[in-house]
Structures are given as structure tokens and as C-alpha cells.
Design a protein around this ligand. Sequence first.
Ligand code: DLL
Length: 433
Amino acid sequence: MIFNPEYEAMEQGSLERLQFARLKNLVEKLYEKVPFYRAKLDAAGVTPRDIRCLADISKLPFTTKDDLRETYPYGLLACPQAEIEEIHMSSGTTGVPVVDAYTRSDVEAWGEAMARTLAGAGGTRNDTVQNCYGYGLFTGGLGVHYGAKSLGANIIPMSSGNTQKQLMVMKSFGSTILTCTPSYALFMAEEAAETGYDPKSMGIKAGCFGAEPWSENMRREIEEKWGIDAYDIYGLTEITGPGVAFECEAKDGLHVNEDLFYPEIIDPETGRVLPDGEKGELVFTTLTKEGTPLLRYRTRDVTFLRRERCSCGRTTVRMNRLFGRTDDMLIIRGVNVFPSQIEHALIEIEGTDPHYLIIVDRGPTHLDEVELQVEVKKELFSDETKGLETLRSRIEGVMKSKLGILLKVKLVEPKTIERSIGKAKRVIDKRKI
Ligand code: DLL
């Protein structure tokens, strides 16, 4: 079912007129109300009057994650602070977080976008959504929550973890839609099978999975293990959260909610806009956002756009499942981690050398596991093992508090990590996704 045919099945010309009107309005507002954007537009030599058609968007400057960090916490606010009703932050826990601030109307638009997403997976008001995305600053939990409310479905706000309880609740209340990361869906299915549940007869009919990379193979595995339809959903904190794009029953690309989020694909090297069908970096402009609207935000996610009609009747542009990222950001159990953050944390720990290797894999339980190999100074390595063990657990503690994730640290002798003459290879990602 199409949740909102007026916008999701809009005729192309009307959609473009709507997008243009919203874009123009946005640029005027940013120029007038956000000194950061006024300076950026001035530097690019563009004024709101230069935006005369939708294609003029390419004249506008990009916004980057660094811009967001530099303006933390409220430098990008485009409305009075009193109008902000909710704050979310990126899942990465180190450094300066990336903030998204929402007015009431932003939260409503988010609910609408997520209601469309759940409806794309066949959801209706008769469904019971078991939401196992984390509630809190992460956008997954509350995003799905608002969507289920807008859809009129029953929502069980489980948040992540506590798998046995998840299974018990699922069985007791007859949940029909499962929302969580794809790796957790697999983990849950296995834990169910091992503890006497039959995942296939739990009553779940569909799942909306995202927040981390996954593949067609993983989709097949999840669908087989649960006996459900598994749908890919996409979004990012900076651009509201989940609900930016979602799959429909055709499972053939993700429909972008483009009346709300205007997508472009650019060449990450030159910034040039690429035509439909060409792979590049995904860029979004928020068309209706009031709290922290963004102009041409560089997501660093790589995909391409397709405009041909979908069999479901929606006319919105589709983005392909993501191919990867243009930076080295890792997503570990849903937490965004940059290798540079690990490096910075290591520098502060005495006894270690700045040579390290991050090995990421999916453990037997399908959850991400990280081993961090760190070279130890020569003096220390010849030391007694007690000193090494203290250092090892100290590094694990520092990583846990700085990154918010548990790493298994392995101390290695000096010069054992392969040196490179070019760009150092810091990450080995063995996850078969
Ligand atoms: O992960 C929002 C979200 C929550 C999306 C629940 C879907 C479901 P962030 O924590 O800001 O927000 O991380 C955003 O995660 O730029 C992508 O690199 C990655 N990502 C999100 N969805 C997918 C997906 C949420 N379906 C970053 N496939 C994005 C691959 C995804 N990667």
C-alpha cells in the first residue's frame, strides 16, 4: 500500500515544481537566518535570487560533516531555540557529535517519512511493530516509533538487546513487523532456534532493516531463517534519520522521499553532479526541515539514482542499495567509528607505538567483532607479562569509553604490523555482507 499517494506517486512536473518552491524557500531562509550559511553563500558568490530553477541547486555550496562539527551545538539552527522539541546525535561517540535538531513539524515529517517506509514493507494500522533499534540519541528507535504512530500501527518499543525478552514479547504479542539492524535480525533468528523457538512460526511477516551495510545474500539468509520479507531502509542522523529512502514490495532499489529530501549524485573528487545511473557520492538537501536544515549535505555514501517507473506505482526516484563509502568510516554494531579516532586515542596511551591494525569480522553470532592489534614499545615487550596485561586492559577501557564499543586488544611485538610505502592499511574488514 502507498501511504501517501499524493506525494509518493506525484507526476514528475508537479514534483519538480514542489521541490523548486521548497528549495527556494530554504535558501532564502538560510541566507537570512543562519550566519554560517550566509557566509558560505557569499563566499560562493550566490544569493537566493540566483536560484531560478531546480538545476540551479548545483550553484550552491556543499555542507560537510566537518561543517556540522565546527558549528556544534547550535550553529546551524534556523529557527528560535524555543521551537526545538527534540535533539538527536550521530551514533559515533567520540569527538564532537553531529547534531540534528527538530521542531514539531520536523518530527511530524519524520513520522510521515517513516510511515511511508513501514507501508513500503506492507505495514498497515493492523500491524504490531517490534522495534529493536536503539532508543535514545540514535535516530533508529524513535524514527521507527514515530512512523508506526503515523501509520496507526501498534508499536512495541523494545530498543536493542535482551534477545530472550525480545523473543518472549514477540511470541506473546504476535508482532508482525520486525525493525532492527540486519545483523541483529540474523543473531536473533539463531538465538531463537537455539532456545526452542521456531523463528518461522513467530508470526513476523516483514522486517525493515538498515543502519549498516548488508547484501542480497544477507537478505536471503534473513528471509529464509525468519520466513519473512526483508526490506532495506536508509537514512542518516544529519538528514533526519531513517525514512530518507526505503524499499517497496519490488525490492528493486530504495524509493527516496524526495518531496522531503532532495538527492543528487556527485563525483566525490570534483563535486560535479553526475547523471542518473552513474555511481558517485550521495548528497541531500533537506527541503522542509526547520530546525537544522542542510544544503547539499555530502553523505559520503556511494550509490546511483534511477528514475524509471517502479511496478509498485510510486514515482519517486530510487537509489541503489549502497555500495560503500568514500571515507574510511566503519559501522560497528551500529556505531560509526573512524580509524582516526582509534589512532588519536592510542597516541595518548603511553607504551604503545602508533602502529595498529583494526580487524573487523562477524563472529559466530553474526555480530560485529573487532580486534585491535597494537604494537608495543620494545622496552615494554621484554617486560613481564603482568605489565602487558595491564596495558592491554587499559587500552580496551580507553577504547570503550572513547568509542563506545568493545574492542579485543591484542598487543604485538614492535615491527610486526606490515609497513606500507603508500597509504597505511589500517583496517581489514572481513565481514562477508
Ligand atoms: O543509521 C539511521 C538509520 C536508522 C537508518 C535505522 C536505517 C535504520 P546514522 O547512525 O547517522 O543513522 O548512520 C548513517 O549509516 O550514512 C550509511 O553509511 C549507513 N547506513 C544507514 N542505512 C544503511 C543501509 C542511521 N540501509 C550511516 N545500508 C549512513 C547501508 C546504511 N548503510
